[in-house]
Unconditional design. Structure first.
Length: 257
């Protein structure tokens, strides 16, 4: 399984992450925060499925641009998988003819502009070569994390979350777990803000990882607030966690390694 963090800033700095898009095996995208702004860095023809974890802007900002790229190249749109709550948010707040044209009603039966399917918690979705299981996490709006399995690797993606439970219960049931992509948005001095907004600091990041039993996966830290990044990294390094990596957009992460 090959995973890449799509760049999300204009100056090309690979360590800064304002927006979230994770490309997996060229065919699957987790969130569309940045992918639509840099779609020439991957193959639209190979990208068949997009999972939207939740409707916050840093996870959907480039979705309209990404869909327009498919239209411009006369390609059928990818299937977008997301929760019923997020589908409703996309209809009400994005594709509403005010912020953006209503892609839900445009296009034709032969070439729709938007192809959305509901992803239900705990119900695995079988794709070509991958199985994706949405798992509810603890955020301020409905949000899904994901367990993603291939024939030779299993990874866990937390998406945006505060302290949570179900995703660790699922992880502990797995025979193998190669990697966890776990958010850590704020430094410890902003623990109160992290708690209110349902995000993690290095302190709660460590407490969440302590819920994992019988596995020693690579830990990929993501979603570090750019202006606080160096402080967060220093706090993470002081924890001496095995196999901790702060994810960058100039590297492809392969599992098994």
């Amino acid at each position: 399984m090959k995973i890449r963090l799509i760049p999300s800033n204009s100056d090309g700095n690979p360590v800064i992450q304002y927006l979230t898009s994770l490309l997996i095996d060229q065919s699957l995208l987790i969130d569309a925060g940045s992918a639509g702004f840099t779609y020439k860095t991957f193959s639209l023809r190979k990208l068949k499925n997009i999972f939207i974890s939740h409707a916050h802007m840093d996870h959907i900002a480039s979705l309209p641009s990404l869909l327009e790229a498919y239209l411009a190249n006369r390609l059928p749109p990818p299937t977008i998988w997301t929760s019923a709550e997020t589908i409703q948010s996309l209809k009400l707040h994005l594709f509403n003819n005010q912020l953006w044209p209503d892609f839900f009603s445009l296009g034709s039966k032969e070439l729709p502009w938007l192809n959305v399917r509901e992803s239900s918690d705990f119900i695995p979705i079988e794709l070509e070569g991958l199985r994706v299981t949405p798992i509810p996490v603890n955020h301020v709006i409905k949000t899904q994390g994901y367990m993603i399995e291939s024939s030779n690797a299993t990874i866990l993606i937390s998406s945006d979350t505060g302290p949570t439970q179900a995703i660790w219960e699922i992880a502990n049931q797995q025979k193998r777990l190669d990697a966890i992509i776990l958010e850590v948005a704020f430094p410890k001095r902003l623990q109160g803000m992290a708690d209110l907004s349902c995000h993690l600091t290095p302190k709660t990041f460590g407490l969440e990882l302590a819920k994992l039993k019988n596995h020693n996966p690579v830990i990929l830290a993501v979603h570090l607030k750019p202006l606080m990044r160096s402080t967060i990294i220093n706090e993470l390094h002081k924890m001496n966690l095995d196999q901790l990596v702060v994810m960058r957009s100039d590297h492809e992460y392969c599992f098994p390694s």
